[in-house]
Design a protein around this ligand. Structure first.
Ligand code: ATP
Ligand code: MG
Length: 410
């Protein structure tokens, strides 16, 4: 991809009113655009990162046997009446009327999943069911000041599983916990698995996947030695306590919730009649669990964790491009730059080439630092037919031949 064709270009100024670092940097670097509070366009660069995050999530969930599908985003009131959530979740839902019928925009999909299960006359041998989708969620968020960390419209991956027994539900719940840890590791985020309440979803405890960060809206308590961690809304410990599980000490931090998993139990299937007939002929409710990750919040979290005074520093696994090629304009090196670009493309290296004729070396380097692709290659008069290789987070530059660059990229 040629930078001259990329929409939009980077900008020097952060948008007025932007407070969070992720908001400022993602707008300046051309990854997102804000339409109104809590509502963002994923521009081509932002879209690329989110697609990479989604692909990592998809691969790990498919490994657990989950199947991807896509559910509707506009729901009739009647289905929400069945569980009472039309009233109990009123504050968070966008509800509206058209032609005397009432609808809501999806803030979650438990009711829709349970409806699918009860309609499809599922045999005992079909269990467990593991279904997920990536879709837009709409939530009436009161505070929408954290950039793309908190949207009123945002992307969520939500997975739902249905089981014949509580044991089987918890077995898969543990599988998903492991899958989530692999997902966040691949994405480049260090997460803590934190015990928390179930909110509007369940009376049971849920587990949140939290990234320590001063801009996080949650406060967690965690052990400096073992995996023990609790959200402060339910916490039974305080700073300086001895850990209940080991000899470690309890610390505290602000944190960003990037994922949350809920053992829902039989509450929804009882209310909506998602039943199966057991061997003795009894009608039994199915056991449900649900599992969320926010890909757009993950995008913002990555920027909060990985940035410096010059811009963003993407982990390799989710970077919008693998390589940022900079050509310092000079007629004598034009052919070399063209050749390097074409060779990279032929070798399936995903490269963004700053081919602008009207930008200075300083401007091009600033653009590369702001966008944050982990590898920068420079072709200039100074490099004399060779290529300067530098990673975004080091000052060290190496002069390499094209073959050596290709070898290093492998
Ligand atoms: P929060 O406490 O931050 O409001 P939540 O607990 O209500 O979030 P869940 O219902 O658990 O959110 O949603 C699952 C995941 O969806 C979250 O872990 C997060 O990654 C993402 N998410 C939730 N709300 C938002 C939002 N307003 N904007 C962006 N992502 C969100
Ligand atoms: Mg949550």
């Amino acid at each position: 991809m040629r930078y001259s064709q990329l929409f939009p270009k980077t900008q020097k100024e952060a948008p007025r009113g932007a407070e969070a670092e992720n908001h400022k940097l993602l707008v300046r670097a051309g990854f997102i655009d804000q339409l109104m509070a809590g509502s963002f366009t994923l521009l081509p660069l932002g879209f690329r990162v989110v697609e990479k995050i989604k692909q990592i999530i998809r691969e790990e969930l498919n490994t657990t046997g989950a199947q991807e599908m896509l559910m509707p985003l506009m729901h009739p009131r009647e289905i929400w009446n069945e569980t009472g959530r039309w009233e109990s979740a009123k504050e968070v839902m966008y509800q509206f009327k058209k032609d005397n019928k009432e609808f809501a925009l999806s803030f979650t999909h438990e009711e829709i999943i349970v409806d699918l299960i009860r309609k499809h006359n599922i045999k005992l041998s079909d269990f467990p069911l593991k279904l997920y989708h990536f879709s837009t969620k709409f939530r009436h968020e009161l505070r929408a000041k954290s950039g793309i960390l908190r949207g009123r419209e945002f992307l969520m991956k939500d997975l739902y599983s249905a089981h014949l027994t509580e044991d089987d539900m918890y077995k898969y719940y543990n599988d998903v916990t492991s899958a989530y840890l692999k997902i966040f590791k691949r994405i480049g985020l260090d997460v803590k698995v934190v015990e928390a309440s179930g909110g509007v979803f369940t009376d049971k405890n849920s587990h949140e996947f939290q990234v320590l960060s001063s801009v996080g809206e949650d406060t967690i308590f965690y052990c400096d030695t073992c995996d023990f961690a609790q959200n402060d809304e339910i916490a039974k410990v305080k700073v300086g306590d001895k850990c209940p599980n080991c000899d470690g000490k309890i610390l505290t931090s602000k944190a960003i919730e990037v994922g949350n998993i809920f053992p829902l139990g039989t509450k929804y299937s009882e209310k909506m009649g998602a039943l199966y007939t057991d061997e003795k002929g009894n009608q039994m409710p199915v056991w449900l669990a649900s599992y969320g990750i926010g890909p757009t919040r993950t995008l913002g979290t990555l920027v909060e964790v990985y940035n410096d005074e010059k811009g963003i520093i993407w982990p390799k696994s989710v970077s919008p491009f693998e390589v940022h090629l900079v050509h310092i304009e000079d007629p004598s090196t034009e052919e070399t730059a063209e050749k390097v670009y074409n060779t990279l493309v032929e070798n399936k290296v995903d490269v963004l080439w700053d081919d602008r004729k009207d930008a200075s070396a300083g401007e091009k380097f600033a653009t590369a630092d702001l966008i944050g692709i982990p590898i920068r290659l420079v072709v200039s008069k100074r490099t004399e037919g060779k290529i300067e290789f530098k990673t975004r987070n080091s000052e060290k530059e190496e002069l390499l031949s094209l073959e050596e660059v290709l070898e290093k990229l492998k």
